[in-house]
Design a protein around this ligand. Structure first.
Ligand SMILES: Cc1cc2nc3c(=O)[nH]c(=O)nc-3n(C[C@H](O)[C@H](O)[C@H](O)COP(=O)(O)OP(=O)(O)OC[C@H]3O[C@@H](n4cnc5c(N)ncnc54)[C@H](O)[C@@H]3O)c2cc1C
Length: 396
């Protein structure tokens, strides 16, 4: 049952790092209008979410980004209040690499490990929770609606009307910001079986040249997938893993080719258990794109049909590859699959001058915006900060 229509000065589609950062940046710059964030997932975070379990309260697994790096100077200004509020902390774990012969080596430059390293304090989801806290602690109404898939974007004379997949009204807003590329990309038709690409339909109605260009750029953008094994080891099986000299292990290109893995992170749980998250190579994920994790909210929300056999086979392949590459036991413990269809956007991304289309009262933020930190949390934060400044100049 759709919720009653609300209205808002600004609607932000997506409560990942970029959407939450935009709300925080506008508030900390003193903007007092109302903000609604609409998010498909069960909570904020997007690709920086921490997976929790209703059945197992002790578990908190970062199933997307396990950390983030800030390479550029000056750093995004939102980091300072996040740090001071205790929402993020330095990532001090050792990072090693594994080559195609199974030998450990020093950190390699994979784009995710240079500069200053940070993690959410108590889980990566704390990054977005902290940003939302910054947004909500200021004057002006900020609200997050979760479990809410925006399907149609209908241009109105005074803004936008958003509706859900059943055509039920969700929200009317004066200004709209879309984070993430889903609503502009033809993959939404493949994934959801939609008859059109929502943003393309809206742009065709408006005939705003800038929006048409932005839409075209987003639709043409590519991305790499990642199929992640989340292995939760019981306390008694963790010892050989804890003895490893690394917390994060990068696979060299040769190692990726051999084992189909890109990176492994060790994530200690509060109760002596250990979560091992193995991120697949892009090539492995591409071959298994149709297999969703049955316990992932994404799979459930996308209405993906359960494929227990296919999922078990993918999990077994990843676990075997992990055991083979590291010569460590993976048989014990609980296995889950997290499949990210669009984990990493590919360059060139959306040019910064297309981030805001004032004539149509729509803007874009997210790691797919070209610039410093592209394809990473840093880029998501920077894109949000830049868009906030542009919106304030437009006197939204
Ligand atoms: C496995 C993995 C590992 C990674 N490792 C690192 C790393 O080590 N370091 C690093 O810096 N970055 C890493 N990244 C990338 C990083 O997670 C992203 O760059 C960053 O989180 C992007 O934030 P975002 O807000 O732009 O996008 P997202 O986090 O994708 O947020 C977009 C949000 O919009 C929501 N949404 C989209 N369409 C709709 C709709 N129609 N209706 C409602 N909601 C919608 C989505 O559910 C999502 O929550 C990793 C990513 C993955 C997947």
């Amino acid at each position: 049952m759709a919720e009653q229509q609300r209205s808002s000065d600004l609607a932000i589609i997506g409560a990942g790092a970029a959407g939450c950062a935009l709300a925080a940046a506008l508030r900390l710059r003193g903007w007092g209008g109302s903000i609604q964030l609409l998010e498909i997932g069960r909570g904020p975070g997007g690709r920086t979410a921490t997976r929790r379990s209703r059945r197992d309260a002790g578990l908190a697994i970062n199933h997307g980004a396990p950390l983030f790096n800030i390479g550029g100077d000056p750093e995004p200004w939102l980091l300072d209040p996040l740090r001071r509020g205790g929402w993020i902390e330095p990532f001090n774990g050792a990072i090693h690499s594994l080559d195609g012969n199974g030998h450990l080596g020093p950190t390699i430059d994979d784009g995710f490990s240079s500069g200053r390293l940070w993690q959410g304090r108590g889980g990566m989801e704390q990054l977005c929770r902290g940003l939302l806290d910054l947004a909500q602690g200021q004057a002006g109404h900020t609200e997050l609606q979760v479990g809410c898939l925006v399907r149609h974007l209908q241009p109105q004379p005074d803004g936008w009307a958003l509706t859900d997949p059943d055509g039920q009204p969700l929200l009317h807003c004066r200004w709209l910001v879309v984070s993430g590329t889903l609503l502009a990309h033809p993959r939404c038709q493949r994934v959801f079986g939609w008859s059109d690409v929502p943003l393309r339909s809206a742009a065709a109605q408006l005939q705003d040249p800038q929006l048409l260009e932005a839409c075209g750029a987003l639709a043409a953008s590519g991305s790499q997938a990642s199929s992640n094994l989340l292995l939760t080891l019981p306390a008694e099986a963790t010892e050989p893993w804890r003895q490893q000299p690394w917390r994060l292990l990068q696979f060299t290109p040769a190692a990726q080719g051999r084992w189909g893995l890109r990176r492994v992170s060790l994530q200690p749980q509060g109760d002596q258990r250990l979560a091992v998250v193995a991120e697949s190579s892009a090539a492995f994920a591409e071959r298994h794109l149709h297999v969703y994790g049955s316990r992932s909210s994404a799979g459930q929300l996308l209405g993906a049909a359960p494929q227990a056999g296919a999922e078990a086979a993918v999990l077994e392949q990843l676990a075997q590859a992990l055991a083979d590459a590291l010569q460590l036991p993976t048989a014990a413990g609980d296995r889950q699959l997290m499949r990210w269809g669009a984990a990493f956007p590919q360059a060139p991304g959306l040019e910064a001058h297309l981030q805001l289309c004032p004539a149509s009262r729509i803007g874009f933020c997210g790691d797919a915006v070209a610039g410093n930190g592209f394809g990473r949390v840093e880029g998501a934060l920077r894109s949000a900060e830049a868009l906030a400044e542009r919106l304030l100049t437009e006197q939204l």
